[in-house]
Design a protein around this ligand. Structure first.
Ligand code: G3H
Ligand code: 13P
Ligand code: ZN
Length: 311
């Protein structure tokens, strides 16, 4: 099946009270693991590429790998630009075959965010592509940008109608307390999401798809495995899965996960080498790593997103 946009995915997800997973991809094994889960569970899925992914693998490799995945299955797959920093990057991805782009103007003054987002929307819509915008700033590390915990800012619900109306975006990422990376909360801090903001946003934008970034749970079993097999990760706290489930049952239609994939991949490779110190064929350790990606994505689809069987 050819790549699709997220339009119908989100309409169905909103009505059905579930969310579609958006997973970050950097190489073939990650793509195969994610799509393996989507195929097995008959789930729609979004594969997203960050700046880091494009710098690492190259845009053409990523697009071709994702195209190979679509040739191999009938589940709907969208190819999305994660945190597009400027118009040129968005244009390059739209021209290169992406079906969805994010323009991340969240760190700009409000009017500048509107002007940039509107420009991307005009180009994207003219080329059959959908656009995600963002209002509010998450804490954490994303690409080269570090926002210290305490310097994040929640989305202001009173801005959302104006922003969506004036930009024409198809979905909106909001900041309600999630954050990027594996270290989302300070030690001792209790994870909390501002469901009151989500509620208020969805009242002001009935039926409109909301996106949550920074939504890894930082799965403790993989942090434990990393440390058991030679790693030295400090305590890491993620977003509790029951909170994500609750968000998915509300207006949140897209939930972004990257860090949990990284942890599973790294933990599995560490374990593999601890148990097989003489191995040096990459296929020997990448095969279980790819399976670990699939396991994590299946877990998210069934236990967190509720998108299994919805393709
Ligand atoms: O939101 C950020 C994603 O986790 C991507 O991170 O730029 O290191 O690939 P990256
Ligand atoms: P995590 O770091 O929580 O996995 O978030 C990823 C993300 O939001 C990508 O845009
Ligand atoms: Zn993000």
């Amino acid at each position: 099946m050819a790549l699709v946009t997220t339009k119908k995915m989100f309409e169905d997800a909103y009505k059905g009270g579930y969310a579609v997973g958006a997973f970050n991809v950097n190489n073939m094994e990650i793509i195969q693991g994610i799509v393996g889960a989507a195929k097995k569970l008959n789930a729609p899925v979004i594969l997203q590429c960050s700046k880091g992914a494009r710098d690492y693998a190259g845009l053409t490799y990523l697009v071709k790998l994702v195209e190979a995945a679509t040739a191999d299955t009938d589940v709907p797959i969208a190819l999305h630009l994660d945190h597009g920093p400027d118009f040129e990057t968005c244009k390059q991805c739209i021209d290169g075959g992406f079906t969805s782009v994010m323009i991340d103007g969240s760190s700009l003054p409000y009017e500048e965010n509107i002007a940039l987002t509107k420009k991307v929307v005009e180009y994207a819509h003219a080329h059959g592509c959908v656009v995600e915008g963002e209002l509010g700033t998450l804490a954490g590390v994303e690409d080269d940008v570090v926002v210290e915990s305490g310097n994040e800012s929640y989305t202001k619900p009173e801005q959302v109608e104006d922003f969506v109306k004036r930009t024409g975006v198809d979905s909106l990422a909001i900041a309600i307390g999630t954050s990027h990376g594996a270290f989302k909360f300070k030690p001792g801090q209790k994870p909390q999401l501002r469901f009151d903001i989500l509620e208020e946003v969805s009242k002001r934008l009935p039926g409109f798809p909301i996106v949550l970034h920074g939504a890894s749970s930082v799965m403790p079993e993989y942090v434990k495995m990393i440390n058991e097999f030679g790693g030295n990760m400090p305590d890491a706290i993620g977003i509790p899965e029951d909170m994500l489930r609750q968000a998915a049952s509300m207006a949140v239609c897209k939930i972004n996960v990257d860090s949990d994939l990284r942890l599973a991949l790294t933990a599995t490779i560490r374990k593999h080498f601890a148990e097989n110190p003489a191995h040096f064929d990459p296929r020997q350790y990448l095969k279980p790593a790819r399976q670990a990606i699939q396991d994590v994505v299946e877990h998210k689809m069934v236990e967190v997103l509720g998108c299994n069987g919805k393709a």
